[in-house]
Write a new protein. Structure first.
Length: 219
């Protein structure tokens, strides 16, 4: 049984691959070169991957998306960050079929996830669940079931400037938290010729305690 893991290069993607290679004949791709391998793969798993996959690929191969959300809520762009901003604490990591509409596929299997800690903490938990879901798919080949309920579609979060005009200090903390991890640009503020980048945020009464890196930007 040959499988492929397609993922943006990151600490948590590497961890998933390291566990998979111990148990399966698994190849690992961080770019579009995976397309040359597909004819050899029985399963192709897309994890932490935001690039468009052609319909020729997913209609002719057993492609599975690892997606975090209480599906059918939480479809679309930046689901993890958007759920944190929405104040969602309990969600799921799902293995779903890849379909024409983003994140609309049938669900092979799911595992619960708590959205607590930094984005790195959360992604490490997602990586652990992703491995278990992939293992379950390959070994047990579960029958996928339709998503049921009200659909919620997120838009990709492209802004990492800190929302200091927010009336709620919790919102500012969540914003720093959702960007505090490997492969993410830090939440920031520009002050004159300097950029302040925030990490390791925590609430202390009515204040936020955070690490701040200050660097000069182009005038």
């Amino acid at each position: 049984m040959k499988i492929a893991l397609v993922s943006k290069k990151s600490l948590w993607s590497d961890l998933v691959y390291e566990r998979l290679i111990e148990k399966f004949d698994c190849s690992y791709f961080n770019d579009d070169s995976y397309e040359d391998f597909l004819v050899q793969a029985d399963w192709v798993f897309f994890f932490h991957w935001s690039k468009i996959v052609s319909d020729e690929v997913y209609k002719n191969n057993k492609c599975v998306v690892i997606h975090t959300g209480n599906l059918p809520k939480g479809r679309g762009g930046s689901p993890l960050q958007n759920q944190i901003l929405d104040g969602i604490v309990e969600t799921k990591v799902n293995a779903i079929t890849m379909e024409d509409d983003v994140d609309s596929g049938d669900i092979y299997c799911s595992l619960p996830l708590t959205l607590q800690g930094t984005i790195t903490d959360i992604w490490l938990s997602i990586a652990d669940r992703a491995y278990e879901l992939i293992k379950n798919c390959v070994i047990n080949n579960p029958k996928p079931t339709k998503q049921e309920g009200e659909v919620q579609q997120y838009k990709r979060n492209k802004n990492n400037m800190l929302p200091i005009d927010s009336n709620d200090i919790i919102d500012i903390h969540k914003f720093i938290q959702m960007l505090d991890g490997d492969t993410y640009p830090s939440a920031f503020l520009n002050v004159g010729n300097y950029r302040l980048e925030f990490s390791r945020s925590k609430i202390d009464g009515d204040e936020i305690l955070s690490d701040v890196k200050i660097r000069r930007v182009n005038e």
